[in-house]
Design a protein around this ligand. Structure first.
Ligand SMILES: [Zn+2]
Length: 196
């Protein structure tokens, strides 16, 4: 299935960049029949079609299977935004560190890469990537996020990682790369400016 081939390739790409260490992260995509999501506990750089579950229209996994622990966040995004076709969740070092340094949200402005995000057509703009406190109760975490506008195609969870999405797997991957470019720039800029 092409959609699973795309998710397998995305997992390899995220692993090559070091953004899904250990078995962290989870990947999903939606097609006409429901949502495909990684089952729990697999390394994202070594996925095959057997590592994905299809959730039915009510978000239920097949009997006897165990989807990723954070399935509720994926489903919340799909239900809320009909245009979302894929959601990618990563645990990069820079995303994790910045979410701790900026618990009120990661601000950035005057970055050309912002134009990778929908609705942004100039570097001359200021944005804030939202950060929500981590919570092992993922349903409760989604209830905290759901009432808020999400002007950028991604958010951070404190001390945890990035959620990013797009209309397709490629689109979501492009957004992850844009966020990670920003994170790397912000971290490096901090380091250089604080070095005498
Ligand atoms: Zn996670």
């Amino acid at each position: 299935m092409q959609i699973l081939d795309e998710l397998v390739a995305a997992g390899r790409r995220l692993d090559e960049r070091g953004w899904v260490p250990a078995t962290s992260g989870n990947l999903s995509a939606r097609d006409a029949d429901g949502v495909w999501i990684t089952s729990s506990g697999h390394h994202k750089g070594r996925l095959d079609h057997g590592h994905f579950l299809r959730l039915d229209a009510d978000g239920r996994p097949p009997a006897g299977t165990r989807p990723s622990a954070e399935t509720a966040l994926h489903l919340g995004l799909y239900r809320r935004e009909p245009d979302i076709g894929a959601v990618l969740h990563t645990h990069s070092v820079n995303a994790t560190v910045l979410s701790r340094v900026y618990p009120e949200g990661v601000p950035f402005e005057d970055h050309e890469i912002a134009k990778a995000f929908p609705g942004v057509d100039t570097h001359a703009s200021a944005h804030r990537i939202p950060v929500w406190p981590n919570d092992q109760d993922v349903d409760r975490l989604w209830r905290a996020i759901a009432p808020h506008d999400l002007p950028l195609p991604g958010f951070l969870i404190g001390g945890h990682g990035l959620y990013a999405w797009g209309t397709t797997v490629d689109d979501a991957l492009r957004h992850v790369e844009a966020f990670e470019h920003l994170f790397a720039c912000i971290v490096l800029e901090h380091r250089l400016r604080s070095t005498p």
